[in-house]
Design a protein around this ligand. Structure first.
Ligand code: NAD
Length: 483
């Protein structure tokens, strides 16, 4: 599986076995650091999608009746296996997605964490009972698995974005079909293999990589068995999937785009804010939905903050993720590099001050120099759109309320960060920021034990935490007679 030196052909993980696509088609997976083809993967189509539904149908009743303790043990064994094979997973993530090995190792720990967390949650799916206030009966509330779930995931966290869905779905007794991003199918297939080895019954989980998602998606949405779509990716695609889910009135979970503000107040611990800024912006080379896109810094500390941040960002080592000293890998594609370059060029043309970077790096791979833009004009496009690259934008402010209003002036509401030492301001600003997650004096907020999700155009629902399993359960009320 991980012998990436030689071109290997990978099959679909369908019904517990690895097999070619029904059409025999394959597609190439490339290393974004070199552009080289590293693997060839079976290219799923409509027939494969229907076969995965049939495989799930066959095992669904048995799986939902499997004791929670047994489902928990399977997830726990998968957690142990991913953890034992962390280096192998990290190497595959770096090879197909490009992030530095240190970031990949971090993702493996984070991604495995969802298997561990939901192994623990599987045995704590509790209902409640109450006496009807009028004395007319007993109210018994139980939870049931929703059924067959279709998961569509992005390339930027090829493991964690899948375990965050697979963990709770399987813990709750559902079946699932995963369509990973075409850029990163190998990590998904390796995870499927690990889950099979951990004892997951055939058909409970299928992984269907495909070069073009529409045929697989259309086939799945046409299936009466389909109960839920759970998506992580861009808001634009999320809107399409919400529309596709409407005719079947499917359950939906949407983890969509972000445009996180990062506020630094005049009383902030600047050393901590700089450390937090590096994490919130540069992890994954800025290719994260939680990436800080808009730095808003109080005018009294802006010059020092920008100076010191520029120094640290200019010192970052850019190179292939597999090189031990690389801190920033390539962008995922040439298209993404062109997008980032256009946003930066336009901001500079509009009057932003370029402090470092601002250009693509020549050579193979889609590298872009880590960049700092100061005094970005309020109406610049780069402040409205997700950058998804190693680019910092800074604007100054003098008034707290105006800064919070500017932070909220976006269609997105996923993550926000702020740094202050003032306890009253922690409460005020924490309450005032319109986002699903807020980092308070912290630049890294993701945790399998915490709910991850956005408001506004950033999504619907939350993954992780004790909230995450609820996305995969239907509430059922049994009305019993009074005793
Ligand atoms: P994308 O929306 O382009 O693609 C995501 C997935 O959707 C891929 O698997 C893709 O093949 C699939 N897809 C695209 N069109 C489809 C269609 N018509 N039908 C079915 N599937 C389709 O996003 P991306 O470029 O892979 O990832 C980056 C985006 O993901 C960013 O917007 C980022 O903010 C977001 N993201 C959000 C979170 C979160 O938790 N909120 C986490 C990571 C990434």
């Amino acid at each position: 599986m991980t012998d990436l030196q030689t071109l290997t052909v990978y099959g679909l993980a369908l019904g517990g076995s690895e097999r070619p696509a029904a059409t025999g088609a394959t597609f190439d997976v490339t290393d974004p650091a070199t552009g080289a083809v590293i693997a060839r993967v079976a290219d799923a189509g409509a027939d494969d999608a229907r076969a995965a539904v049939a495989a799930a149908h066959t095992v669904a009743d048995e799986w939902r009746a499997t004791p929670a303790r047994e489902r928990s043990r399977i997830l726990r064994r998968a957690f142990d296996a991913v953890t034992d094979r962390a280096e192998e997973f990290a190497a595959v993530i770096t090879a197909e997605m490009g992030k530095p090995l240190a970031d990949s190792r971090g993702e493996v720990a984070y991604g495995a964490g969802f298997l561990e967390w939901f192994a623990e949650e599987a045995v704590r799916i509790n209902g409640r009972t109450a006496a009807a206030p009028a004395g007319t009966g007993q109210i018994v509330v139980t939870h049931e698995p929703v059924g067959l779930c279709y998961a569509v995931t992005p390339w930027n966290f090829p493991l964690a974005m899948i375990t965050r869905k697979v963990g709770p779905a399987l813990a709750a007794g559902n079946t699932m079909i995963v369509k990973p991003a075409a850029e990163t199918p190998l990590t998904a297939l390796l995870l499927a293999r690990v889950l099979t080895e951990a004892g997951l019954p055939d058909g409970v989980l299928s992984v269907l990589p495909c070069s073009s998602p529409v045929a697989v998606s259309d086939a799945l949405f046409a299936e009466p068995d389909l109960a839920k779509i759970t998506f992580t990716g861009s808001t634009a695609v999320g809107r399409k999937l919400l529309a596709a889910a409407a005719p079947g009135v499917l359950r939906t979970s949407m983890e969509l785009g972000g445009n996180a503000p990062f506020l630094v107040f005049e009383d902030a611990d600047l050393d901590a804010a700089l450390d937090g800024a590096m994490l919130a912006k540069m992890r994954n080379g800025g290719q994260a939905c939680t990436a800080a896109n808009r730095f808003l810094v109080h005018e009294s500390v802006r010059a020092e903050f920008v100076e010191r941040l520029t120094e640290r960002i200019a010192a970052l080592t850019v190179g292939p993720g597999a090189h031990a000293d690389s801190e920033i890998g390539p962008l995922i594609s040439e298209k993404q590099r062109t997008t980032v370059a256009a946003l930066v060029d336009e901001a500079v043309a509009d009057g932003a001050v370029l402090r470092t970077g601002g250009a693509a790096i020549d050579g193979p791979g889609h590298f872009y120099a880590p960049t700092v833009l100061d005094q970005v004009p309020a109406d610049a496009r780069i402040l409205r759109e997700e950058i998804f690259g190693p680019v910092v934008t800074v604007r100054g402010f003098t008034d707290e309320a105006a800064a919070v209003a500017e932070a909220n002036d976006t269609e997105y509401g996923l993550a926000a960060y702020f740094y202050t030492r003032d306890a009253a301001r922690v409460q005020r600003v924490g309450a005032g920021l319109r986002s699903g997650m807020v980092g308070v004096n912290r630049g890294l907020i993701s945790d399998p034990a915490a709910p991850f999700g956005g408001v506004k155009a950033s999504g619907i629902g939350a993954e992780g935490g004790s909230e995450g399993i609820g996305e995969y359960l239907n509430v059922k009320y049994l009305a019993l007679p009074a005793v």
